[in-house]
Design a binder for this molecule. Structure first.
Ligand SMILES: [Zn+2]
Length: 296
């Protein structure tokens, strides 16, 4: 255990009841074929310091003259519909209640002050996104447990299963000193976090892949770095593959220039490796629709 570090949450965890680890080759053999899953990406406006979103010390960022500034970005929730398994979200969007009354939903003082909640704009709110589907929410897949990804939890019914990467809850960071209490409050009364399981990729192309529904339609990809258990997701839709990178890349510029995120990450080398691994995946499958962490 690292001293002076804190878990992302002390909420209980359990191995996920769904999903099976597969090699990247198993996924890549099918992802250029149309599939049955539909994905609608819903974004709400936010802003953050560019130095957090992008490594401004990277030679390419220096050469491009990028400087610290407030960067307009989005907070996304992805609506994922599977014909047999129902309707899921990837990340949680933003709840109106969280923005109106952060203390009331359990956001700690430090996060309230520095977490940028006053700049969050829940239009549409997560409650509206869920209601528009007209059917109950079957589950939530989390890329990771940072405030701008858990910000919709006050709108999510308490009995809905929540899936994360293995060790995401246990990831120890000093930053979690401010996040742990908030995550615990937002998860209070919910079942244990279900951790999707991964095995080493025999081809070494990705850190690990999980066939979530066991039918080759929706995959979780282990992409550590931003957080230890960070996940990206890939859905096979009638129009082709959709890759949801999560915070492997927050920005369009970072994705196009192979520059990893700035200060908002746990491990820089791992974060860069995950970015390059997803870039390589997208080059092997150029028709794939890539949806980034915080920019279109
Ligand atoms: Zn984020």
């Amino acid at each position: 255990m690292k001293p002076f570090t804190f878990k992302a949450t002390t909420h209980s965890t359990a191995p996920a009841s769904i999903g099976k680890p597969v090699g990247s080759a198993v996924m890549e053999a099918v992802i250029d074929e149309p599939g049955p899953v539909e994905v609608d990406t819903v974004g709400t406006d936010w802003e953050a310091n560019l130095s957090g979103l992008l490594n401004l010390k990277h030679p390419k960022a220096v050469a491009a003259g990028l400087k610290e500034r407030k960067e307009p970005i989005k907070i996304y929730t992805h609506v994922v519909r599977h014909p047999a398994h129902g309707f899921f979200l990837v990340d949680t969007g933003v709840s109106q209640r969280l923005v109106e009354d952060p203390t009331g939903v359990g956001v700690g003082f430090m996060l309230k002050k520095y977490g940028g909640i006053d700049k969050m704009n829940p239009r549409p709110s997560t409650a509206q996104v869920i209601e528009a589907q007209g059917v109950p929410l079957a589950g939530v897949f989390m890329t990771h447990l940072h405030l701008d990804h858990v910000s919709g939890f006050p709108d999510i019914p308490l009995d809905v299963p929540v899936y994360t990467g293995a060790d995401e809850a246990e990831a120890r960071l000093f930053l979690n000193a401010v996040a742990q209490g908030t995550n615990n409050h937002l998860l209070e009364g919910r079942p244990p976090l279900q951790e999707l399981q991964f095995e080493r990729d025999p081809d070494g192309k990705l850190a690990g892949v999980n066939d979530v529904f066991g039918d080759g339609s929706f995959f979780a990809i282990l992409t550590p770095g931003h957080t230890i258990g960070h996940l990206s997701f890939l859905a096979r839709t009638p129009d082709g593959a959709v890759l949801m990178t999560g915070d492997v890349s927050h920005t369009r510029w970072g994705w196009e220039n192979d520059v990893e995120p700035g200060t908002f990450l746990a491990e820089r080398d791992a974060s860069r490796e995950s970015l390059l691994a997803l870039k390589a995946l997208s080059k092997r499958h150029p028709k794939m629709d890539v949806r980034l962490g915080h920019q279109a």
